[in-house]
Design a protein around this ligand. Structure first.
Ligand code: NZQ
Ligand code: ZN
Length: 385
């Protein structure tokens, strides 16, 4: 087991309709609140009104900034930071999924920094302060409600980059399962793949003496597959949404990575599909994952044998056949969720593989279980054709 430090500072507030309590969670942190949200799903569902009412009942003064797009943009982060400075905002409430939360984290840090917001993402500047962030989660997928990460896109240069800072870890996150019942099926599919991928990024590791987290990873992937598939067919099942939200949270709240070196190569491969072609994050991982697996399994088969036997429950005796059968089964699962697992199926047969491969490793090395060069990335994209 690797040496590690771990803390989980986000208070999780789980339960139906608990967004009605949001005012009482915000007010002690700051009464001048920036309400940050996406493209309108919260207005359609009525969540927006409930949140505003709760904030006003608690005496909060609300300034709002909507319009966060999936794969959130740096321009809105800049605008939000300027708005926070101008309005004297004391805390940011993100009502949305990973995109809204990540945008809120960027605003939180940029509002108290002297640099341009994008400098935080390139590493040219480091956040040394941030406004507090709270969350009402609307899609359990990215796990941003507990993470120290913000991922933002700069479209003109095809850059999707992240910064990490404990300062932007949300203070609280309300997970009200009734909120998730309005999610369209394609978002349920995307969410399921992202949750599975967050676990696999930790499962594929060379760290030894990690029996407990190995077993937790295995059962978390199995649970995500079981519940995700159920919700894809039964999006109205509130009780299962509660279980899925917990699974999605645990997949990325750091518990499963304790004492392990994590990989994150698949996310690097997937992020370029979002940066170049604005593909949804989960959809990008449905293409990146099987290709990354086929490539890396050639060099390091042992973990893939464990993946095949203990997660996918494949039992072929021949090692190569066993691994291929497990990867094919995972692809079949993604297809069952209506997702493309090849670039050609996503109308991206003509994608610029060379440019994406260079971009994966442009700013920092990618992958730990398999350290990826630009050449490796190109081979992986070719396997995804
Ligand atoms: O914008 P609105 O209208 O709200 O619609 C959203 C959006 O179109 C919709 N939606 C969300 N909740 C809904 C709903 N529609 C109906 N009912 C609801 N209850 O879903 C769409 C997708 O939302 P988004 O926030 O983009 O999804 P997700 O949570 O998957 O977030 C993806 C982003 O998170 C980043 C990804 O790269 C991507 O940019 N990630 C962030 C991480 C982190 N900060 O730790 C880690 C992840 O690996 C990931 O990279
Ligand atoms: Zn992810």
């Amino acid at each position: 087991m690797e040496a590690f430090e771990f803390s989980l500072p986000t208070k999780i507030i789980m339960g139906k309709e608990r967004y009605d309590e949001v005012g009482q969670w915000c007010a002690p942190i700051g009464k001048k609140v920036l309400l940050h949200y996406g493209g309108g799903s919260i207005k359609k569902s009525g969540l927006y009104d409930r949140v505003r009412d709760a904030l006003e009942a608690a005496g909060c003064e609300v300034t709002e900034l909507g319009g966060v797009k999936p794969n959130p943009r740096i321009e809105l982060v800049r605008a939000g930071a300027a708005l926070c400075k101008e309005a004297g905002i004391e805390m940011i409430l993100a009502v949305g999924g990973g995109s809204v939360i990540d945008s809120a984290k960027g605003i939180a840090a940029a509002a108290l920094a002297d640099c341009d917001a994008w400098d935080l993402y390139t590493g040219a500047a480091v956040a040394d302060a941030a406004l507090p962030v709270g969350v009402v989660l609307t899609i359990p997928a990215a796990g941003s409600e507990c993470s120290a990460v913000s991922v933002v896109t700069k479209q003109d240069t095809h850059d999707k980059r992240s910064f990490h800072s404990d300062l932007v870890i949300p203070r609280f996150a309300i997970l009200a399962p009734d909120v998730f019942t309005t999610l369209p099926r394609n978002q349920i599919a995307n969410a399921t793949v992202d949750v599975i991928s967050h676990v696999l990024e930790r499962f594929f590791s060379d760290s030894t003496h990690v029996t407990l987290t190995d077993r937790l990873c295995i059962s978390t992937v199995e649970t995500a597959m079981q519940l995700g598939l159920w919700l894809y067919d039964h999006p109205e099942d509130v009780d299962v949404w509660g279980e899925f939200a917990l699974t999605a949270n645990i997949a990325h709240n750091g518990v499963l990575g304790q004492g392990r070196i994590e990989d994150w190569g698949t996310h690097g491969i997937g992020h370029e599909l979002s940066a170049f072609y604005d593909m949804a994050h989960g959809a990008s991982l449905a293409i990146a994952t099987p290709a990354w697996m086929r490539y890396v399994a050639q060099e390091k088969p042992a973990r893939f044998v464990q993946f095949a036997r203990e997660i996918m429950h494949d039992y072929a005796q021949d090692e190569a056949q066993l691994i291929e059968s497990a990867i094919s089964d995972l692809e079949a699962f993604f297809h069952r969720l209506g997702l493309a697992t090849r670039l050609s199926e996503a109308d991206l047969a003509g994608a610029d593989l060379e440019a994406m491969a260079q971009s994966v490793v442009k700013y920092k090395p990618r992958g730990q279980f398999k350290k990826l060069s630009a050449e490796d990335c190109l081979r992986i994209y070719e396997l995804a054709r």
